[in-house]
Design a protein around this ligand. Structure first.
Ligand SMILES: Cc1cc2nc3c(=O)[nH]c(=O)nc-3n(C[C@H](O)[C@H](O)[C@H](O)COP(=O)(O)OP(=O)(O)OC[C@H]3O[C@@H](n4cnc5c(N)ncnc54)[C@H](O)[C@@H]3O)c2cc1C
Length: 450
């Protein structure tokens, strides 16, 4: 009796659980343990790799350590009551690419950013026409230094590539701060000229009202992602791979790894056998730069600053400068999105939100006056520096090691594949670039599996 009852119960519960499984979203199901491919990371690259593999008829499991998909493309509306991107916000890339096409197809509100212009201040006044002319000269001198070194195939630091006299120009510090710490996330002494030279033109550059993270999230809907499921160990000693997670071990023929180089360098995923030396060197030569956003909300006052425009100001030339440059009132929202990067970005992030917001507000007050303080509502600092799932904003090749990007992209043992922004030459650092590497790796793995 005992066993019949138990059997009946277990048949019922199996049936119930099968029905439940069919109705449950993927994250509530147990992880399939034998897919063709396991993808680590549900950011732009991991999601696109999975889409590509599934389109090619392969079975895929994506494990994601965070409680959401999207990785460094993340939009939320709780903080400011309007869509706010913590990471990628500029839908940027070649003339046409999947995220731009998706945003257009879904009727998202895009605002073209190429040439939106910049308000430049010197102290509390706008730069004069003559000063703006000097800014143009500093910018073009800086670019000519990059171009000359790039054309000659030199992989030196941006600091070493600057022409004589650049450091004496009035706006050398401002130009260097924009291009180094706030674009690449590193200062000129740590920026490889080749990272700039090999970067492709980006004729498409748009802000999207709904948020870039919203596009990536929607692109990933319906994919077999298991969130809150960190990969802790990748064993590639056998024919395929065994990826350990707290939810169990997944065995697959191949593994696509899309975590940042910060995460790889930190060793939070163990490999057996260890990754070969050349791969570890590539990871070491692609440390994470930092771009952090310090965003300020005001109570509707615009301080005479235009909507959808950059705001910068003169800084001394003894860089790295302690500066925060802004995008003012995107889409008419009551926020100024501030950027800090490079060494100063790391320092300010370590100091914490209050210190960062205080600094950024102080910079705004210097420009528009102390009234800014009484009209200030709240501020926010993004947490990419200390987030253990990123440990920075994006990878920057060390001067002399631009080839590390190609080395990181090389598969290991025909079963470990690497995708993501760090290997996205010529769109490295970009969300669109990460997507393209996912597609490419997805196709390679599919071909290999036959
Ligand atoms: C402040 C900031 C501003 C930016 N601005 C722009 C911009 O305007 N335009 C643009 O194109 N790009 C921008 N970027 C860059 C862009 O966000 C990234 O290039 C892109 O999102 C990276 O995608 P990815 O798939 O390579 O990596 P990620 O998005 O980091 O995806 C990797 C995933 O792996 C997960 N993970 C980590 N460890 C584990 C583990 N052990 N197990 C399982 N999962 C794990 C992570 O949680 C993450 O979801 C910005 C980035 C930052 C930080």
């Amino acid at each position: 009796m005992q066993s019949r009852h138990a059997n009946a119960l277990s048949r019922r519960s199996v049936l119930a659980s099968m029905l439940a499984t069919a109705a449950l979203p993927v994250w509530a199901q147990s992880i399939p343990t034998n897919p063709d491919v396991v993808v680590i990371g549900a950011g732009s690259a991991g999601l696109s790799a999975a889409r590509t593999l599934i389109a090619e008829g392969k079975s895929v499991v994506i494990v994601e350590a965070a409680d959401r998909i999207g990785g460094r493309a993340y939009t939320e509306s709780e903080t400011f009551g309007v869509p706010f991107d913590h990471g990628a916000f500029n839908v940027m890339g070649p003339s046409s690419f999947p995220y731009l096409e998706m945003a257009q197809q879904w009727g998202f509100d895009l605002y073209r950013m190429n040439g939106i212009g910049e308000d430049v201040y010197v102290g509390n006044r706008r730069a004069t026409a003559d000063e703006l002319g000097q800014y143009d000269v500093a910018w073009s001198t800086m670019r000519s230094g990059f171009s000359k070194a790039g054309r000659e195939g030199l992989d030196i630091s941006a600091a070493d590539a600057m022409p004589d006299g650049f450091g004496d120009m009035m706006f050398a510090g401002l130009s260097e701060t924009w291009l180094g710490s706030m674009d690449y996330g590193v200062d000129f002494d740590s920026l490889s000229v080749q990272d700039w030279w090999q970067f492709a033109d980006t004729p498409s550059s748009y802000m999207v009202r709904e948020g870039y993270g919203t596009i990536v999230k929607r692109m990933g809907e319906g994919l077999p992602v298991f969130v809150n499921t960190p990969a802790t160990h990748v064993d590639w000693s056998g024919d395929g791979v065994a990826v350990e997670t707290p939810e169990g071990t997944i065995r697959a023929k191949a593994c696509v790894i899309t975590v940042s180089t910060g995460v790889l360098a930190a060793g939070s995923i163990r490999f057996t056998p260890e990754l070969p030396d050349w791969k570890q060197q590539a990871i070491g030569n692609l440390p994470m730069g930092l771009l952090a956003k310090v965003t300020l909300q005001f109570d509707g006052e615009r301080f005479g600053l235009a909507q959808n425009k950059w705001l910068s100001y003169w800084v001394p030339n003894d860089t790295p400068a302690e500066a925060c440059y802004f995008l003012t009132w995107p889409f008419g929202f009551d926020i100024m999105i501030g950027w800090v990067g490079g060494k100063f970005g790391w320092e300010l992030s370590a100091a914490g939100r209050d210190a960062a917001v205080d600094f950024a507000l102080g910079e705004v007050a210097k420009i528009v006056g102390e009234d800014a303080r009484s009209l200030f509502v709240k501020g926010h600092l993004t947490g990419w520096a200390e987030n253990p799932l990123t440990l920075g904003a994006y990878a920057a090749a060390l001067p002399g090691h631009f080839n590390a990007r190609a080395e990181l992209a090389r598969p290991v043992g025909d079963r470990l594949f690497f995708a993501g922004e760090a290997v996205a030459t010529p769109y490295m650092t970009l969300c669109s670039g990460a997507y393209m590497t996912g597609e490419e790796v997805g196709r390679s793995v599919s071909r290999l599996l036959g």
